[in-house]
Design a protein around this ligand. Structure first.
Ligand SMILES: Nc1ncnc2c1ncn2[C@@H]1O[C@H](COP(=O)(O)OP(=O)(O)OP(=O)(O)O)[C@@H](O)[C@H]1O
Ligand SMILES: Nc1ncnc2c1ncn2[C@@H]1O[C@H](COP(=O)(O)OP(=O)(O)OP(=O)(O)O)[C@@H](O)[C@H]1O
Ligand SMILES: [Mg+2]
Ligand SMILES: [Mg+2]
Lengths: 266, 266
């Protein structure tokens, strides 16, 4: 099972769009996939048409110990399950402040789920912060995927993001590693994107071998800016359902293939 | 003095870009402006070339009661002061959890500054969350400006954003009101943008008169997507300094004029 945290504390860089379309693409390729929505905005859930209102159990119930993941997850398409969230989750950050094992709640919930079910992929969509929800994802994950818009602010936040990953690896999760950076909202032909990519490659080539990002690289498949990717969520569909032939579906399709090709022999 | 909170919990919608360029434009128009960076990412500070490292005092020192705003603010251009932030600020959310008056720290700091200095505008750039830093901005503010990218997820978050504003107004700040919505990253000619604007106008026209957004409207000046706006921060400059004739400078210039024209007789 590959457990992937899709994270970046910079806002609006394509975390949710990438989580949902990766999950949908991997499920369509026959993998059993669980998408966990860790953002109190609940955009990952909404994107797949799940609006967790009223009595519907959410990931918040997992963080408060009320319900196991096996009860919270919904089947939204063949092979594709979602553990939804909503704004209740915002309370978890404060409620967990004094909890002794606040960083491992999600890891333990996933271990419990794994006793009865075998998922091929677990994908966790993180909120735009490095708080306890994102730390839970890093503690539960085996891999980190970093969506990044090739803009100036993106580079600024990267060192803080990576140092947080290193901290979690040394204290909570020895097997954590950064697999790669997904270039999102890519505007071909702009000098800014080219400059940022050059800086990124420089940065990655210089990293020490004992860091969690020692083997990280930029995914070959770049996700170009494409308005259909922004339209799909309002229909509750992945890009593959909404507009299977558009550049957005092509790019995420390539990314899915690249991710599958990396699979280590189990 | 107009004290404006620039907020939206949705990430990457143009909060920092709008805060900085509004502040710079108002300062160029002769107003004395203080930009307060409330985001631990410190992007507002970086955008104006202030990198708060080492011993440089930051807004974090104001939240911990170590330093007054009069010491923390830097003069970065004529009439333009910045109270910078950096990643230390992320600790404030946790450290203030048990503080009895955690929501009014910034309001009190601004009142103290106003005893010795008269600013025309205070602009607060908020992080992508509705946590204690954003609540402090709402408690200190007289007005809220909401940057919004006309995409599906933007509408989803608006009701939560507005209900938080209403809560702060009823409990902490009677004079708070939502002045308007700034359409950012606007892509002319896309149906998505047109549909979202229609939904927004519907929403605003239906609101009750006793809500803080009863008089809110969409600012006439729309900020179009323009790559120069994303390039300017890497030079530490506002759009007016970096590329004064580009569409981004034109759009923010129009917004500044619109904001000035709204000034009530003091
Ligand atoms: N490649 C793309 N082309 C066009 N629009 C995109 C693309 N990727 C994402 N978007 C749109 O850009 C906005 C930001 O993307 P998204 O919400 O996925 O980012 P995020 O990192 O999850 O944001 P947050 O920090 O708020 O969680 C959304 O409105 C989304 O529909
Ligand atoms: N009108 C625009 N045209 C092109 N690029 C823009 C525009 N406005 C903002 N940007 C770029 O888009 C990205 C997001 O904008 P910005 O950082 O201002 O949003 P934010 O809401 O402050 O994000 P966060 O939620 O992380 O604080 C930045 O890289 C910025 O340079
Ligand atoms: Mg998201
Ligand atoms: Mg910002």
């Amino acid at each position: 099972m590959r457990t992937i945290a899709v994270m970046n504390q910079k806002g609006g860089v394509g975390k949710t769009t990438s989580s949902v379309n990766l999950a949908a693409g991997l499920a369509a390729a026959g993998k059993k996939v669980l998408l966990i929505d860790l953002d109190p905005q609940g955009h990952g859930s909404l994107h797949l048409g799940v609006e967790a209102v009223g009595e519907i159990p959410t990931i918040y119930d997992v963080f408060t110990g009320q319900k196991p993941l096996s009860v919270v997850r919904h089947l939204v398409a063949e092979n594709l399950w979602v553990a939804p969230s909503n704004v209740d989750l915002a309370a978890a950050e404060l409620e967990l402040v004094d909890a002794p094992n606040r960083e491992v709640v999600l890891r333990d919930a996933l271990r419990k789920l794994a006793e009865t079910e075998a998922f091929g992929y677990v994908i966790m969509d993180c909120p735009p912060s490095l708080g306890v929800l994102t730390i839970n994802a890093l503690t539960a994950a085996s891999e980190v995927f970093i969506p990044l818009q090739p803009h100036f602010f993106a580079l600024q936040g990267l060192s803080k993001l990576l140092s947080t990953t290193a901290l979690v690896r040394s204290r909570l999760n020895r097997s954590l590693r950064v697999t790669g950076i997904m270039l999102c909202l890519y505007e071909t032909g702009t000098r800014l994107a080219a400059d940022v990519c050059d800086d990124l490659n420089d940065f990655l080539s210089r990293s020490d071998s004992d860091m969690p990002w020692a083997d990280a690289r930029i995914f070959e498949s770049r996700i170009r800016r494409n308005i259909k990717l922004a339209e799909a969520p309002s229909y509750g569909q992945s890009i593959f359902e909404y507009a299977a032939k558009c550049p957005g579906a092509e790019d995420y399709g390539n990314l899915v293939s690249e991710v599958l090709a990396m699979e280590q022999p189990a």
